[in-house]
Design a protein around this ligand. Structure first.
Ligand SMILES: Cc1cc2nc3c(=O)[nH]c(=O)nc-3n(C[C@H](O)[C@H](O)[C@H](O)COP(=O)(O)OP(=O)(O)OC[C@H]3O[C@@H](n4cnc5c(N)ncnc54)[C@H](O)[C@@H]3O)c2cc1C
Length: 415
């Protein structure tokens, strides 16, 4: 039996939560958004702002079996391990690697494709007529390689992307500097995708969307959710410190923190963080014309309102350890080598927590018909797929059937 309170509570105001709250409002729902911090200050704050429509190929592809030892042991690799955390990581890592088979990769790619491939349209749809639109840009996007051979070595991913319509224009040799004068003459290959998009200020973007939510009558509570109160197998309320918020349904969009939040709900959530870093070159003397991925360093480079942001790398080290210096030094070393003429006033640095499940798929769905829905686990593509996830969740919450197969995203799939 459902309680009579009509509100839908959304827990977590990152890109996924704010998008969900807005789509629920568009469906005519009364929404309460709760966040222990200010909206947009989690992982959604410091990402590369890329609307990565082409990013349906996960990190754990079959090739990872060959490259993982090199990634973990080499001193010049974009993957960092905090070895003191390694024993705790083993169960997740074992499952992550178990998904790096051809069959599983194909299945994962099939699931991720509809979540990312129309991301620019999804974002445009969400921000139409709002101030957030000023942070959204159409752009090309390039993968930058030192050599043509390095591009060819990436054939696994490019074959999949090309089959899905993401066919790159190859720019080779001296033509690379014609396309992007900021690049070093040592860079001899670019794979350029037309018709992409990016966000020039992720925090500004989420904040503007949040303001729209408030303007539409949405209520915001700036407190931590402690627990979910369930009566007769149905959500009754969410528990805050000294306060209980009654609700009809609840949506958990709390990024990496979702795991501890729903620990009492008897579902297995093997969520781990891939810590990522950014360096912003403030007041840069030169900027690229379009965002790019420096493949040697596995980080994105995006001209933003706050400066030139280089964001990426993966550090496995859990939620509690403080930021490390090595990934920051790594990003600086590779970016300054790649952009030899870059001068800047100063840098600022950041570390954030990508939420990743072992099969690289998010959890989007309802937990055991409780009226509690999940929307987390978006690994490297949360900024890209936040609006689409929000739309899917708004349909689920309002008892509509999404027009894509979401069974692969089931929150109960690890039970
Ligand atoms: C270096 C880096 C670069 C990246 N680049 C890109 C990119 O270019 N493109 C892309 O698509 N993705 C990128 N990502 C990934 C993307 O940033 C994330 O997938 C995405 O931001 C996740 O959004 P979210 O809304 O799920 O979580 P978050 O933004 O982390 O939001 C979760 C919110 O929940 C709140 N919360 C947590 N616990 C509670 C609680 N108990 N009660 C109330 N509130 C709570 C937090 O305060 C937070 O505001 C990158 C990530 C990193 C780290």
């Amino acid at each position: 039996m459902k309680n009579k309170n009509k509100s839908i509570v959304v827990v977590g105001a990152g890109i996924v939560g704010v998008s969900t709250a807005l789509w629920l409002q568009k469906q005519g729902e009364e929404v309460i958004l709760i966040d222990s911090s200010q909206p947009g200050t989690g992982a959604s704050f410091g990402n590369a702002g890329l609307l990565a429509q082409w990013a349906m190929v996960p990190v754990n592809v079959p090739e990872l079996w060959k490259s993982a030892p090199k990634y973990l042991l080499s001193k010049s690799s974009p993957v960092f391990m905090r070895w003191s955390y390694f024993p705790k990581l083993i169960p997740w890592l074992a499952k992550f690697m178990a998904n790096a088979t051809e069959n599983r990769s194909n299945e994962i790619i099939k699931n991720l494709t509809p979540l990312v491939q129309d991301a620019v349209d999804q974002h445009q749809n969400l921000v139409k007529g709002t101030q957030a639109a000023k942070w959204l840009r159409d752009s090309k996007f390039s993968y930058v390689y030192r050599t043509h051979e390095a591009f060819k070595a990436d054939s696994f991913g490019w074959k999949i992307k090309s089959n899905l319509g993401f066919i790159p224009n190859l720019v080779l040799g001296d033509d690379v500097r014609e396309e992007e004068p900021i690049l070093s003459p040592d860079i001899r290959c670019m794979a350029v995708l037309e018709g992409q998009g990016h966000i020039t200020n992720p925090l500004g973007y989420v904040t503007e969307l949040f303001k729209v939510f408030q303007k539409n009558g949405g209520k915001f509570i700036n407190k931590a959710v402690k627990n979910f109160n369930i009566i007769h197998d149905q959500i009754h309320s969410v528990q805050l410190e000294g306060e209980e918020i009654l609700c009809q349904k609840a949506v958990v969009t709390s990024g990496i923190w979702s795991k501890s939040l729903i620990k009492n709900l008897k579902i297995n959530v093997p969520l781990e963080t891939e810590r990522g870093y950014h360096v912003i070159y403030e007041k840069p003397s030169v900027e690229p014309r379009n965002p790019m991925m420096i493949t040697e360093g596995k980080f994105g480079v995006t001209p933003m309102t706050t400066g030139l942001r280089c964001a990426g790398t993966v550090e496995l080290g859990g939620l509690n350890a403080s930021a490390s210096k090595k990934p920051i030094d790594f990003i600086k070393k590779i970016s300054l080598k790649t952009f030899p003429e870059l001068k800047f006033e100063k840098t600022s640095e950041w570390m954030g927590f990508r939420p990743t499940l072992p099969d690289s798929l998010p959890m989007i769905g309802e937990i055991q018909n409780t009226g509690i829905f999940t929307g987390f686990g978006h690994q490297h593509i949360g900024m890209t797929s936040g609006p689409k996830t929000g739309f899917i969740l708004s349909q689920l919450v309002t008892d509509k059937k999404p027009n894509l197969d979401i069974s692969g995203f089931s929150p109960e799939r690890f039970n």
